[in-house]
Design a protein around this ligand. Structure first.
Ligand SMILES: C[S@@+](CC[C@H](N)C(=O)[O-])C[C@H]1O[C@@H](n2cnc3c(N)ncnc32)[C@H](O)[C@@H]1O
Length: 158
């Protein structure tokens, strides 16, 4: 099991709505793990870079935070944002994510570095969901998903 899959397995994600959204999905490498985790859901990627269209996965090209959705998602993922390159860009994006998350749903953020992890904690000043970090699969050689933060939606989100 990949580290990302082991993270998913610890989240008590609601059964509805059967949709996840990966913001800044890039090559949408987590698509396979998401499909294995919830095979009957729509797992949608969003990225500003048209290169994502090459892989024929369910992705849309749009620039966050201008999200073209009139629906909620049970899981919103931000995997490896480039917080060091464009910190203000990501601060604005994080501010706009909560209204996309269904009640009881999750916001999941992973980073390669501890510095980026700290930036996320500064951005989202609310208690993180308690994950059993010791039980997670280890990171791969490039350190994918090394640092993990999950936040469960609650009324204050809205
Ligand atoms: C470091 S890559 C991570 C890609 C992928 N999530 C992964 O884990 O490999 C960050 C991605 O965020 C996208 N991105 C940055 N700012 C964005 C924005 N405002 N709206 C949509 N995508 C954005 C970039 O195009 C890039 O594909």
């Amino acid at each position: 099991m990949s580290r990302f899959a082991s993270i998913l397995s610890q989240l008590s994600i609601p059964a509805y709505p059967r949709r996840s959204l990966s913001v800044g999905c890039g090559a949408f490498l987590e698509y396979g793990d998401l499909g294995a985790f919830r095979p009957d859901w729509l797992h949608l990627g969003l990225d500003q870079d048209r290169v994502v269209l090459r892989k024929r996965l369910p992705v849309i090209v749009a620039e966050a935070p201008y999200f073209p959705f009139a629906c909620l998602f049970a899981l919103v993922i931000v995997r490896h944002p480039e917080l060091d390159k464009t910190p203000e860009n990501w601060r604005i994006i994080f501010d706009h994510l909560p209204p996309l998350i269904a009640p009881g749903g999750f916001l999941l953020i992973t980073t390669y570095t501890y510095a980026e992890y700290q930036v996320v904690i500064d951005y989202i000043s609310r208690p993180a969901y308690p994950l059993d970090l010791v039980a997670l699969a280890p990171p791969d050689l490039v350190g994918s998903d090394r640092y993990v933060l999950a936040f469960k939606a609650f009324p204050k989100f809205y």
